[in-house]
Design a protein around this ligand. Structure first.
Ligand SMILES: [Mg+2]
Length: 357
């Protein structure tokens, strides 16, 4: 079986409400969709999101793809491409020919060829993965935030991650109180500061939350991503919560976090191969992992294949509109579909609706 053709789509998907954190705000997702086709009649699909800023025009995307990616794919077997290890040197750093959407599409084809759901091909045995609701709420008013929490509660979530990192500590405390009011005292509560703080400010804030009686399951990305010494200090000085970081780092950065004892829960979010390599390394260190948002919740297959994945992020975003059947979340669990491949089939009408030249 060989790759013989491709299709690209450029989509603009407006968001239901603005999403953001202590640093950024977005109202729209620009999505690139890659379909790869084989001589055996199988097709695979992958996706990539760019937040806020428009992607290049479809013609330019095609020129870039034809130049940088397509020569590596044409005539090659999907399984060989999906499993190829590229030496991380020079221009190969960052994935080389295997851009994330291409890698997703290749694994989709491989699983279809095997006539299995992707999580089974990746070694998973249970399609159900614990998930948490992630509100991305920093740009919402208290009332809008409350409504969003109610939506997650009605979906059956018992674990929630909210944004903190406001200059005013009282704002953080009020949002935590609202969360417990809507979700109940027993909610598993995670907070994400998106690198808003110094080491000292992180310690001050977490002690302040604790003094108000709030039990925080994890603090995510409190300081700058590559402050390994700082993260090691936080892990040692905050015995009453977990430090979750790594999402913004590549494989080498994730490795450094582990080497420096600078992470309690490693966010292994990355391409399929890199996520699995990082999760394997984390297991070596006895560090559990989590998985951040993936486009169209594709990551449920990855999470279901990792032995120590605490939970998967779910933000209920508009990208799920383009799936014939989006990934299901029930009673706080994500469920990998039992359809062949990753099982995220594109709704052709929706694709046409969101398409841009
Ligand atoms: Mg985060």
């Amino acid at each position: 079986m060989k790759i013989t053709d491709y299709t690209l789509h450029r989509l603009k998907i407006p968001l239901r409400e603005p999403i953001g954190d202590s640093q950024v705000r977005f109202d729209v997702h620009w999505m690139t969709v890659v379909e790869l086709h084989t001589d055996a009649g199988h097709s695979g699909v992958g996706f990539q999101i760019q937040q806020g800023m428009p992607t290049a025009s479809l013609d330019t995307l095609k020129v870039q793809f034809e130049h940088a990616v397509w020569p590596s794919l044409l005539g090659e077997p999907p399984l060989g491409l999906a499993q190829r290890i590229v030496r991380p040197r020079g221009g190969n750093v960052g994935g080389g020919y295997l851009t994330p959407p291409v890698e997703t599409a290749l694994w989709d084809i491989v699983a279809k060829q095997q006539e299995l759901p992707l999580y089974r091909v990746l070694g998973g045995t249970d399609p159900r993965v614990p998930a948490y609701g992630s509100t991305l709420d920093f740009r919402l008013s208290d009332d809008e935030f409350r409504e969003k929490l109610e939506r997650f509660r009605s979906l059956g979530f018992a674990a929630i991650k909210i944004k903190v990192g406001h200059p005013d500590l009282a704002w953080d405390l009020r949002r935590i109180a609202i969360t417990k009011d809507v979700m109940g005292e027993g909610v598993r509560l995670m907070v994400d500061a998106n690198e808003a703080w110094s080491v000292k400010e992180t310690l001050i804030r977490l002690h302040a939350y604790r003094a108000e009686g709030h039990d925080i399951f994890w603090i995510e990305d409190p300081i700058t991503r590559d402050d390994y010494a700082g993260y090691a200090t936080l892990c040692a000085e905050l015995p009453f919560t977990r430090v979750n970081t790594g999402e913004y780092l590549g494989y080498s950065g994730k490795r450094r976090l582990l080497e420096h004892n600078a992470v309690d829960v490693l966010n292994v979010h990355d391409s399929i191969g890199t996520t699995r390599s990082a999760a394997r390394l984390a297991a070596d260190y006895g560090v559990p992992v989590s998985l951040g948002n993936t486009v169209l919740e594709f990551g449920v297959h990855l999470a279901a294949s990792l032995p120590e994945c605490l939970c998967l992020e779910f933000s209920d975003l508009q990208w799920n509109d383009i799936a014939v059947e989006p990934i299901r979340f029930e009673a706080g669990m994500a469920i990998a579909p039992d359809r062949l491949g990753h099982g995220i089939e594109l709704d052709r009408d929706k694709l046409a609706y969101y398409s841009m030249p």
